[in-house]
Design a protein around this ligand. Sequence first.
Ligand code: C5P
Length: 320
Amino acid sequence: ANRHVGEIRTPSTALGGVTVRVPAKVNLQLAVGPLREDGYHDLVNVFHAVSLFDEVTATEPADPGAGPITVKVLGESADEVPLGEDNLAVRAAKALAAAAGRTYRADLLIRKTIPVAGGMAGGSADAAGALVACNELWGLGLPREDLMEIAADLGSDVPFALLGGTAIGTGRGERLTPLETSGTFHWVFALAEGGLSTPRVYGECDRLRAAAEAGVPEPAASEPLLAALRTGDAEALGRALANDLQPAALSLRPDLARTLDAGRALGALGAIVSGSGPTCAFLARSGEHAAELATRLADSGVCRSAVTAVGPVEGAALVP
Ligand code: C5P
């Protein structure tokens, strides 16, 4: 193939469209403050991008009679992804077109590996992928900063899917500062049957807190966690993992306690519900330990399946 073709914007259709690979995230720390008047919570949210990827391909529309943005989803649990106006990738493409001040058309194809409604920001990843893919397909050339602003309006986790790496999010989670980390961490994710709705888990968190009648402190970053990331100390990171949504996720899905216990018994350095769940994340000592942990978790029947991944990895990126 002619290597120069990729540098010219128009032939992207001839090449089968523009494909973007976007990572899932796990929250290493999710500190949830009091409920705000706007229905959100102030967070301190340490995001970490891991090597479970969705792929989003944007092509010129095949059917001129179809809507401006169409979407198809492939992969496991693809049938659980909404295809209408709720689809975050479609909303992202429309928001990008609106920001560019024109009507643009695209067919989106999403290949899912990130669990749907799993607490790993799969929908946000698809939105970030659609932004990068359509920016390229339509030849808009918007810089990342502009895409980050559109992303923040789409959802609290979308900007991080663009950024990748490890970062601390404040506000409702969308104000991001990248964090320096050392080395690579080895993870196992135990995928659960079914999903959990993020608003429902936050609602359960508020309900449990109201019932406990204890004050909710302002969220603060964990110094031991930040130190473990800087030095690449997996044992210290495992001890410092913390998720304020975990009691709420466990209240809605009590079976997840068994999954976490099984991982701890198998020597995981840390075991935590990922974001709003129901996926559980386990920090392993090495790639080998992660593979063994995944096999034994899957065999023990405490999850639907278990996969290994490494982090940090880069954010949404064009696939050449
Ligand atoms: O921002 P996003 O739409 O992804 O958030 C989904 C839901 O999660 C919100 O509607 C809200 O219920 C909850 N949420 C929250 N506080 C945050 C982020 C999300 O309560 N900081």
